[in-house]
Design a protein around this ligand. Sequence first.
Ligand SMILES: Cc1ncc(COP(=O)(O)O)c(C=O)c1O
Length: 382
Amino acid sequence: MAYDYDKIKGSLTRKAIAARPHSMWRFRELLPVAGEPTVGREVGYTPLIKADRLAKRLGIRELWIKNDTVNYPTLSFKDRVVSVALSRSKELGFKTVACASTGNLANSVAANAAAAGLEAYVFIPADLEHGKVVNSLVYKPNVIGIQGHYDEVNRLCAEIAGKYGWAFVNVNMRPYYAEGSKSMGFEIAEQMNWKAPQHTVIPMASGSLLTKIHKSYQELTKLGLIDESKWRIHGAQATGCSPISAAQKAGLDFFKPVKPDTIAKSLAIGTPADGFYALRVMKETGGASDDVTNDEIREGIRLLAEYEGIFAETAGGVTVGVAKKLIASGKIPAEDSAVLCITGHGLKTLDAVQGHVGSTREIKPSLREFEAIVAADKGKSN
Ligand SMILES: Cc1ncc(COP(=O)(O)O)c(C=O)c1O
């Protein structure tokens, strides 16, 4: 994507941005649509939360949560990329939109296409979480479940995209789609009072979000909206699908494709399209990466819930779990400040934590029975 940064410098000032509505489109000069956005005008500007309790628990001076679990309308950062891809698809005259998805993208394409009156086809692995499937079906798109993992879904979609004249948001529309991810970084920098964070921890599937957050800090620096500073970009993956973090840890420039086997299904891409670039960004910025097991993912989800009151999906558990490891190993120094990108809501992946978060204690509607519980608890704590 080519932007005329000299021209943009004239209009995109801190003051101009502050006067605009609270959405990702505050940064519209840096997003690739020709006219005004027509799909997802309300997307973005999610909260940046100062997470003091979690900071203390993880042993770091300052921690922030960029909370895209409450993104509009489908509770994940994918609303950002879809807003750009569908606005651009409409400008180009497409009537049918489609995607290959690990779940969240399907939800967002389905919802935003419904609102825009576009026909939608979403292609997903057939064994996705129930919540992700229902969250697509309800908008009445064509949902095609493929018997295979995401990389097979993606391969089929490349064939379909070549044959049908549809806007495939992450195939033939991918350059537009990917740029939408920059908005998460623009917002972080603005919410940090116009600074790039020292450390940003980002979950990786294809690796695209990670590369685009880096690009967002670069663009804001180029435009003089933030001062030159050093930032480190760190990547997070699940142990059951860690082609990028494995390569990073081994000091390699290229990843080796894997067959995914993890509860973090939204991140289960064994052949990540932007893996090479994600590795380069981590290397250039002095960042690191790591991976976490299914149990560590659940622990990450619980930590975020119990310490900050935020219920994230498995990708969020991956990010918190990896951040915990990077802080413990000193790769993110304890005296520094870090932002964790929490990218999707936990209500969509209930299956992952069910049976691991305790259960209700059932009683008859009787004060005596309730007081027996209180007395038992008191006994335990003494
Ligand atoms: C919740 C969530 N977080 C992070 C990602 C990673 O995105 P990317 O493919 O840009 O690396 C995805 C991808 O589907 C996702 O659904």
